[in-house]
Design a protein around this ligand. Structure first.
Ligand code: ADP
Length: 357
């Protein structure tokens, strides 16, 4: 009596569909085995996901699943008549199925590996984040002492320092200045790491209000720069974290004031829909501008284009901006040329139409 062989093509199609739908490899192998059993009249005995040896001693009704040249699983059946051997057609069909299932196993292994790598990456990122936070936080205390006591020295013993031989007064000033600068750096680092540690609490926000608060916060800088800040309002409502968007706009408007040139400074804030889900907000200034070759670099942490003596700063502000925007699912970029002002644009999710901003 001739043995029934499975319809190989149909079987492979069903196995592929199943493998795409399920990430449970054992279930997929079992379903494939049951499919074979149903079409051949065999009984599925076992799905062995941890087979021993190379299978040379395996019984004739046990078929290998091959992955990368090794046997990674076995499907074992029982025929109605124990004495019969599988026909060459059935052996051929089962070896094609075994190779196909092997690909499924391999895909599953790669996926598991990727998941493990992603989890490891996330863990080490969190650890790094925590390290940066704790280190910056703990550094603040001793630094405060250095700044405080050297300031005290400067104030209380100014006359004595004057009389000291050599450059004692200058040395003390360098210490104070250095410590102050370090304190600012650490403060900015903490701000940067805080953005990474906290998921933004998105809610509908009126951008006009956020801009107004940012300009209030920057009143001194704006007055010093004699800047004309113009808002092409009304700006649209967006989904955002109020504190983070305030930081973002204050950083950009603050930079516009800091990197001003000789021309009168105009800072313009406007917004336009990017698509039906995003709005693009632009902060344009008439300042010194940026060479386009640095357009990417300036968003990296500690990247500055000027010495401290020209413009003070830590090189963290735009890195914070990028973090904030990315946490809102958007992107930020700059268009500029030296001497031609800078135009920073970032995208944010639009608030749903009837939301209260
Ligand atoms: P910081 O201002 O502390 O140096 P940022 O990360 O805010 O750090 O900016 C990085 C660099 O990008 C600045 O050092 C400056 O060279 C450049 N930059 C930022 N904003 C502007 C701007 N509006 N106009 C010209 N250059 C800018």
């Amino acid at each position: 009596m001739s043995q029934a062989t499975p319809d190989l093509r149909g079987l492979l199609e069903r196995v592929t569909t199943l493998a795409n739908e399920s990430t449970d490899i054992e279930r997929t192998l079992r379903a494939a085995g049951e499919d074979v059993a149903a079409t051949t009249g065999l009984t599925l005995l076992e799905v062995d996901l941890d087979p021993d040896g190379d299978g040379r001693d395996a019984p004739p009704w046990s078929f290998p699943v091959l992955c990368g040249g090794s046997v990674v699983a076995r499907l074992s059946f029982r025929p109605e008549d124990r004495e019969t051997e599988p026909s060459p057609e059935l052996v051929d069909a089962m070896s094609a199925l075994g190779r196909q299932l092997g690909l499924v196993v391999e895909r599953d292994r790669i996926r598991a590996q990727l998941e493990a790598t992603a989890a490891e990456l996330e863990r080490s990122n969190r650890e790094l984040e925590q390290f940066a936070y704790v280190a910056s936080h703990d550094l603040q205390e001793p630094l405060r002492k250095i700044v405080g006591f050297s300031e005290l020295l400067e104030q209380r013993y100014a006359a004595e320092l004057e009389q000291l031989e050599g450059d004692a007064g200058d040395y003390l000033r360098y210490v104070t200045e250095g410590a102050r600068r370090m304190a600012r750096l650490i403060e900015d680092l903490l701000r940067y790491s805080r953005v990474g540690r906290r998921r933004p609490a998105l809610r509908p926000l009126d951008l006009d209000e956020v801009v107004a608060t940012a300009t209030d916060r920057l009143e001194v800088a704006i007055t010093e720069a004699d800047a004309d800040v113009r808002v092409d309002g009304p700006l649209p409502a967006v989904m955002g974290d109020p504190d983070q968007l305030l930081d973002l706009l204050a950083n950009l408007i603050g930079n516009a004031c800091k990197y001003r040139g000789d021309e009168p400074l105009v800072v313009r804030i406007s917004a336009a829909p990017e698509d039906d889900q995003r709005v693009a907000v632009t902060v344009t200034d008439t300042g010194i501008g940026i060479d386009p070759v640095h357009a990417e670099r300036i968003f990296e942490i500690f990247q500055r284009l000027h010495p401290q003596s020209r413009y003070e700063g830590s090189g963290i502000g735009l890195a914070i901006c990028r973090r904030i925007v990315e946490h809102h699912g958007g992107r930020i970029w700059v268009e500029s040329r030296p001497g031609d002002g800078a135009r920073f644009t970032f995208t944010l999710p639009t608030a749903p139409e009837h939301a209260d901003a």
